[in-house]
Design a protein around this ligand. Structure first.
Ligand SMILES: O=P(O)(O)OC[C@H]1O[C@](O)(CO)[C@@H](O)[C@@H]1O
Ligand SMILES: [Mn+2]
Length: 396
């Protein structure tokens, strides 16, 4: 790329981005996407659908008068449009630097986690059922609290894991509002016992943030294979930069490479093992445009039937993070006591579990009075990321 060419491309991207900011700040109508991509028609159709929801007198869908989930997704998609309209920097990830920084700042915790995992794998054959279950629960909780570390909540500011999270698990237990970890254990250990010689049990992980959270998910995924609770792990990531810190294939490859070549024995062992899992197909990465559309998941069978059919092959699907929870439940103002199964509005491709810290004003499946008690105790309980859930749906 010629220097001048690069400077011109940057100028173009910046002008498109400031136009976007102005539209947002002045509550302009939501305009159709212009650049022709695989998802453009679906976006523009959805915009029409949003328009149809308004009354005649309401005019056009605009930034302040449209559902938050739709507008927020649309903003990230428009950021992407500004970049792809500015060749030759059209492959640029505006959030890459902050994602990488989150990973580097969490080094201590990553090292501790990798050391723990390698020690565990070394003695895994000697563990009895109960010990194995305890280890599974530990790694699930680490993956849950890893979700605190997304960058969208801090506006892209520092949000890394600087202390060894393993020492905090006991103290954090009181903040788990719905805890279905036992269901996950009984489901996967049942799969393991019933497994025939060559049969495959897939766990799907719908990934959320890169950096520290991604490492916690990969550690969990490694454990699921090493403990034989699953035989294959299928990851689902984002096709475009999304909600600041979400994982793309570039982030996944970058994290694994960083780990493999780092100067710490166990981190580097993890990196090498994980690269190998991908090479031999025990870990499979997927992406799909549906994950970066504004649709709630109950729309998946209609909008992305191929993805729905793919998810049906899972013995368990883990949905990481807050945005996945909002899309699972349609981001509606449900009563706190509405059962999770009901809030899924017919989305039941396979047994599934949301692993999420609370960052948006939505929560279902609580005990009567629990939500009110929490509000009295801590007015910010829904949005601070301090509380978490393991919320399962599926046959027991
Ligand atoms: O990375 P996560 O856990 O999906 O969090 C993203 C969340 O952060 C926000 O962008 C800001 O709170 C929410 O809109 C969104 O649900
Ligand atoms: Mn995220």
């Amino acid at each position: 790329m010629l220097l001048q060419e690069g400077v011109e491309a940057e100028k173009k991207a910046i002008s498109l981005l400031s136009k976007l900011r102005n539209e947002l700040q002045t509550d302009k109508p939501i305009v159709p996407l212009v650049e022709d991509c695989a998802d453009t028609d679906l976006w523009n159709q959805h915009l029409e659908y949003q328009r149809g929801l308004l009354n005649e007198s309401d005019g056009q869908p605009s930034w302040f008068r449209s559902p938050w989930l739709f507008v927020e997704c649309y903003m990230y998609r428009r950021l992407h449009e500004a970049i792809i309209q500015s060749p030759p920097i059209n492959g640029f990830d505006v959030f890459k630097e902050s994602k990488d920084q989150n990973f580097f700042e969490s080094q201590e915790s990553v090292m501790a986690l990798c050391t723990h995992l390698q020690e565990l794998i070394r003695t895994i054959e000697d563990l009895d059922e109960n010990q194995l279950k305890n280890e599974f629960f530990k790694l699930l909780q680490i993956s849950l609290w890893g979700n605190k570390c997304d960058l969208s909540l801090s506006g892209g500011g520092s949000s890394s894991q600087k202390t060894n999270i393993m020492n905090s698990l006991e103290d954090l237990k009181q903040f788990i509002l719905v805890n279905d970890m036992e269901h996950l254990w009984s489901l996967l250990s049942k799969c393991k016992k019933a497994r025939e010689n060559m049969s495959v049990d897939r766990v799907y992980i719908v990934l959320d943030n890169s950096g520290f959270e991604l490492v916690t998910d990969l550690v969990l995924a490694d454990f699921l294979l090493s403990s034989k609770l699953a035989t294959e792990i299928h990851f689902h990531g984002k096709m475009i930069p999304w909600f600041v810190s979400d994982t793309t294939i570039h982030d996944l490859n970058w994290v694994i490479k960083q780990m493999k070549f780092c100067n710490h024995k166990w981190m580097s062992k993890c990196g090498a093992n994980w690269e190998n899992y991908i090479k031999v197909g025990r870990w499979v990465y997927h992406d799909h445009i549906f994950w970066t559309l504004p649709h709630e998941y109950s729309a998946m069978p209609l909008v992305a039937p191929d993805l729905y059919a793919e998810l049906q092959k899972a013995c368990l699907i883990l949905f990481k993070g807050d945005l996945n929870y909002r899309k699972l439940t349609g981001d509606r103002k449900w009563d706190f006591t509405v059962p999770f199964h009901q809030a899924l509005c017919g989305f039941h491709p396979a047994p599934l579990c949301s692993i999420r810290t609370l960052k948006a004003e939505i929560q279902v499946g609580l005990q009567p009075g629990q939500g009110e008690q929490l509000t009295a105790l801590d007015p910010h309980w829904l949005t601070s990321g301090k509380y978490g859930v393991f919320q399962f749906d599926g046959p027991l």
